[in-house]
Design a protein around this ligand. Structure first.
Ligand SMILES: O=C(O)/C=C/C=C(\O)C(=O)O
Length: 66
């Protein structure tokens, strides 16, 4: 039972997230031959203020790059 977990910064439109699920499912199905119904996809959205690299949050980075 393939399980794909994706963590991404929150804020994308729901349609884009839904499309990501479809494409990830299709890719796993093609690559593994697992039945589509057995492929799980979990998207975890993290607020930009809760994700940091080098002590700079994504929110801070976005503010610095207009
Ligand atoms: O640079 C990072 O550590 C994370 C970046 C995440 C995104 O760009 C995103 O989810 O859009």
């Amino acid at each position: 039972m393939p399980l794909i977990e994706v963590t991404l910064v929150a804020g994308r439109p729901p349609e884009q997230l839904r499309e990501l699920i479809t494409r990830l499912t299709a890719a796993a199905e093609a690559a593994t031959g697992a039945p589509r119904a057995n492929i799980r996809v979990i998207l975890r959205e993290v607020p930009a203020a809760h994700w940091a690299a080098g002590d700079v949050t994504i929110e801070e980075r976005n503010e610095e790059q207009p």
